[in-house]
Write a protein that binds this ligand. Structure first.
Ligand code: ATP
Ligand code: MG
Length: 301
């Protein structure tokens, strides 16, 4: 839960799309991993099931006023994986991340076209409940941004907004979220203290716990470790690897070594376009596009 739902999103002008029936309903995260297809194709009995696609964009454009920041981006993000987005400063990484939970709506003058889906549902459909969308698609930013409240109240914040009042339930869910964010052991005896007294790395894990508390399906992370020291960075990287068992993680990073360490898939962007996406090791060792090769070998950016 990152957005203050009392903030009214500014109107987003949407280019008209042919209407399409909504896809299968987003039924919450499947904790058991990708489901097998209901009717396997003949001869496909022994093939691994196709990964479930949690997030998808199709020919997605985004304009800030006259400036087109995303150009026909088509990307699929499988469930229970870490997908990294890399590319030089200003190429549109944060903008793309924010498209998935409509955080860009909060910026005046934003226009979008094309399609963004969460579990097959059109994120930009007029009927989309944006508060619910942001519960399902949590976000963690570059600089840890805990509220000036206690550790407990930070993690309980979104739950209280959702109407959870029962003290026992709040305590159980705060503990579970802090455990999942690998912070519980460090804070269990000081949950009433200010979150601002935590170290930067602890604050970032607290922000992750705050996002996890409302049971999202997706965690968007925008350079989550770039303000942290190497030890705290390593903890965030370990955490991303642990969390993918339960969540779908999309992480922006400037650090190609980090992308290589933590991600299953990597997407390379340049000047608003998605140049290449593929299995991380393959993208770094055998890029298909010359532009990708030039970037990963340090010729620009
Ligand atoms: N709020 C905004 N209003 C207008 N233009 C914006 C806004 N945010 C980003 N842009 C522009 O959109 C383009 C993409 O910006 P974005 O922040 O998505 O890039 P980025 O890849 O995340 O860069 P960085 O690596 O520096 O964080 C840039 O040209 C940027 O100037
Ligand atoms: Mg950015």
């Amino acid at each position: 839960m990152v957005a203050d739902p009392s903030v009214k999103p500014s109107p987003t002008i949407r280019t008209e799309l042919p209407s399409r029936p909504a896809g299968p309903s987003g039924d919450g995260e499947d904790r058991r991993g990708p489901a097998a297809p209901a009717t396997p194709e003949p001869g496909a009995m022994h093939a691994a099931p196709a990964p479930q696609i949690r997030l998808r964009t199709h020919a997605f454009d985004l304009f800030y006023g006259a400036h087109q920041a995303l150009k026909a981006v088509t990307l699929e993000v499988p469930s229970h994986s870490v997908t990294a987005i890399i590319g030089p400063s200003g190429c549109g990484k944060s903008t793309l991340l924010r498209a998935f939970n409509r955080m860009n709506d909060l910026i005046p003058g934003v226009r979008v076209g094309g399609r963004v889906e969460l579990s097959g549902n059109d994120v930009y459909a007029p009927a989309t409940d944006v508060v619910e969308l942001r519960r399902r698609v949590g976000m963690v930013f570059q600089r840890p941004n805990p509220f000036p409240k206690s550790i407990f109240d930070n993690v309980a914040f979104g739950l209280r907004l959702l109407g959870v009042r029962d003290r026992g339930e709040l305590e159980a869910r705060v503990e579970q979220s802090l455990r999942r964010a690998a912070l519980w052991d460090e804070v269990r005896d000081r949950l009433g203290r200010s979150a601002l007294a935590l170290s930067g790395g602890q604050q970032q894990r607290l922000c992750i716990a705050r996002a996890l508390a409302v049971e999202p399906e997706v965690l968007l992370m925008d350079e989550p470790a770039s303000a942290l020291d190497p030890t705290a960075t390593a903890r965030i990287e370990e955490l991303a690897l642990e969390l993918k068992a339960r969540y779908t993680i999309l992480v922006v990073t400037h650090n190609m070594q980090q992308a290589a360490r933590i991600s299953d898939l990597t997407a390379f962007m340049l000047q608003g376009e998605l140049i290449e996406v593929g299995e991380t090791r393959a993208l770094f060792t055998r890029p298909r596009q010359k532009l990708t090769e030039d970037y990963i070998t340090g010729r620009f950016g």
